[in-house]
Ligand binder design. Sequence first.
Ligand code: BDP
Length: 734
Amino acid sequence: MRLLFVVMTLFAALIAAAPRTDARSLPSSPQTATIPANEDGYDLWLRYRPVDPASRPAYAAAFASIVRHGNSPTIDAAVAELQRGALGMLGRELQVSEEDALGGAVIIGTPATSRFVASLKLPLAGLGAEGFAIRSVAMHGRVSIVIAANSDIGVLYGVFRFLQQIQTRQKLNGIDITDSPKLQVRILNHWDNLDRYVERGYAGQSLWDWQKLPGYKDPRYTDYARANASIGINGVVLTNVNANAEILKPEWLVKVRALAEVFRPYGIRVYLTARFSAPIEIGGLKTADPLDPAVAAWWKAKADEIYRVIPDFGGFLVKANSEGQPGPGDYKRSHADGANMLADAVAPHGGIVMWRAFVYSAENAEDRAKQAYADFQPLDGTFRDNVIVQVKNGAIDFQPREPFHPLFGAMPRTPLMMEFQITKEYLGFATHLAYLGPMWEEVLQSDTFRPREGVTVADTLDTPVRPGAVTGMAGVANIGTDRNWSGSQFDQANWYAFGRFAWDPDSKSDAIARDWARMTWSDDPATVGAIVAMMGGSREAVVDYMTPLGLAHLMATGHHYGPGPWVANLARPEWNPAYYHRAGKDGIGFDRTKTGSDALSQYADPLAKRWGNPETTPENLLLWFHHVPWDRKMTSGRTLWEELLAHYDRGVASVAAMQARWEEQKGRVDHRRWSEVSDFLAIQHAEAKWWRDASIAYFQSVSGRPLPAGVAAPEHDLDWYKAIDSKYAPGNGK
Ligand code: BDP
């Protein structure tokens, strides 16, 4: 019998997975002994902490050895991950064999690499290249677990799911899971500049240490890839949408290749942003006109060059003719002209072009919310097959609440992918605890009424526009060099949730939060319950204290840190908060009905009708679509003015409630992470109050209304809030 022991080679990796302790920051209370060891968050949701002794035997019985069928870097990664899990959760390293199993083994392979797997006739046919099946089988009187897929990457995904079953303490006996992703391209967009500055990044510098690449590949890249693979993310755009053509030069492409090599075993392809004017900037051409044959030839040659260096390069992401970026419009060409030219360049290599629909222009006096639809909808059906149009979840810009973007469902012949923002540019940066799962679920479950009632945004994403057409979801990453990756412990949940929604847009945010909390914080149901409850209400709290009742874009100029509803003097109208709230003596809100900008006409008729009437518009979107008087009666019986105040107060109170819940978790989770969260919640509370007070002071100055009894006056006068200058807030430039 040929047994392969790989314990030694895995030793280094296992050490890295071992929990870190930091005795210095333990509190000196008598309960110290029972307090979990300190952690810094580096291990994300892949902590693999020990299973309690009572449950351990059942897991140890079915997960007593590893049988690997297959020989590839991906299978190596799968085995290494199983070993990490076994060492961390069950306290021992496992024997790895290539033979058919004894009982109590985890057996991994594909029908092509494993006669045993093939003999089981598992229902792999419909699971594609990335799906997997996990089954318990009785062998020699013991339970074994088979993790099978059509490809090695499916096996790796299955391994992560298997480990998650143990992390969340599910039974292995009788386990029967088949799953496959509903979207093809599940991708992070890093807004990372080549000097490592991260636009809208609140978690340190860019992970990509370009200066040391390709010579030095930071082990952290592997951990990043593991984390992504564990949630099914299969693509990474390495560079900012506000693009720099330099990245396309040969000396940079070898650095990109080094990252691609690290990510490849984990099923992750690299993509780059393509600066539309690159043919001029680095190609020496006089024009970047997409219909100029020399320009098309330059991009074709560039694509050929990239694929010679990185054979599985994914393709390009393009921001064109938006916020100063160059694009086909500079030559009076359409977005389709630009996208198709690039698509033709990458098509021979199987690449795709993700072309962003986030466009609005300074010269266009039209309601900004209407501009993307106006530009793109008429182009339906004119894009190449390997173009996918990337649409933000709402028509303005990643606000705490927006109605879904009217383009979803409105371009039935064009693949559209969702763009969510994981980094919290408009939801309190890294310090505010805001779990974005409920926001994403709200958007994904919105009924588009296109082509008929009941077709949700999620349906439009995961139903290919023609057989084999590309589908996808992008998330603007919140990842950087901070030890905890995301700038806060709780922002890790947004990375995690993004992966889960990209895998299955019909996921439920609560279930995702529960899995995340259990893997990231604790086994204790009471603690998990408290954390899930905090997370569940956290996004609504931000809406309440920043932009309640359908208000939007009231953040301070540039950096978007803190309130600036009074700002009305910026050059471009749509940069001013006053443009969005339109508050005056008569009332507040943006009239997007027929009497106003008529943006509503971009939605399907039943929705346009429903939202066209303030009485049938959900109150949480009221001021998005309507300009209404301050004394309008709301369903609560309060006037709009009173209701607005009540929302601000509720927002601040919700943060206080989170603080109280978190206080109860002291000693139930490790002290180091607990106290970081506790400090951040205190910052959030102070900033929520800042938002409330500044907003009330401003809107009172406009409405002229008194504060009803019981509503506290803002702590300072309006001028005090206006004088706050946060010009060095992060994320907005160097
Ligand atoms: C806005 C950001 C800006 C981005 C832009 C985009 O403020 O930094 O470049 O979105 O998505 O929200 O292109």
